[in-house]
Ligand binder design. Structure first.
Ligand code: SF4
Ligand code: SF4
Length: 202
């Protein structure tokens, strides 16, 4: 497989800096609702993890910098997941990310775009009915304090009662939007084909 050129890496990293700036701002604005912390890794489990070719190659550049012990752990985990996928007969194969070691991402700086959005609320401002909450809301984590258990939707009354400084706000953080060709043109790189992360190893 062709390696990433330095210029491609530089351009993609410029995009990541831009994206990280935006996402940090969103997380900061919503910090009263966010319970993410090191060692909480439910969002790295039981999912598909869409990755473009570029994100996959970038992840591999990080892998090459890991020590041998971590590489071996990841390789064993990758083999297990790939084998399970090959034997899977259903519609949608869900798995724990093979790059997770002791509930910590081993390639945090190199993680994909979808990984960077875990935990945020995705919605149009004020449209509580259409809010897409992170799944961990149901585990007592992000946004759970403003979830109306009866309707299973976020409650504006609850956030007001809590005296939080800002309402639960969603942002356009859909994977398809964040990997749109408008960003490719602006930062001069190509995402390439997109697949579930594990499929790049099959
Ligand atoms: S790459 Fe890292 S952040 Fe992304 S799913 Fe895997 S372990 Fe989690
Ligand atoms: S998004 Fe949810 S599951 Fe993931 S680290 Fe944050 S609180 Fe934990």
């Amino acid at each position: 497989m062709e390696n990433l050129t330095n210029i491609m890496i530089e351009n993609y990293e410029n995009y990541l800096s831009f994206l990280n700036g935006k996402l940090s701002n969103f997380f900061e604005r919503q910090r009263e609702y966010i319970k993410c912390k090191k060692g909480c890794a439910l969002c790295c489990k039981n999912a598909e993890f869409p990755y473009s070719l570029l994100e996959f190659k970038y992840l591999l550049t990080g892998f090459m910098n890991l020590d041998k012990e971590k590489q071996d752990i990841i390789e064993r985990q990758l083999e297990r997941v790939a084998e399970a996928k090959k034997n899977f007969k259903g519609q949608k194969f869900l798995y724990d990310c093979p790059f997770l070691i002791d509930d910590v991402c081993s390639l945090y700086e190199y993680r994909g775009i979808v990984c960077r959005t875990f935990g945020l609320l995705s919605q149009k401002k004020g449209e509580y009915d259409t809010a897409k909450v992170p799944f961990c809301v149901h585990k007592g984590l992000n946004y759970s304090m403003v979830l109306d258990e009866k309707t299973n939707k976020l409650s504006p009354e609850k956030y007001k009662a809590l005296g939080f400084r800002e309402e639960p706000l969603g942002f356009n953080i859909h994977y398809e939007f964040l990997t749109d060709e408008a960003f490719e043109k602006k930062f001069n790189f190509k995402f390439g084909e997109k697949r579930p992360l594990i499929d790049w190893f099959l």
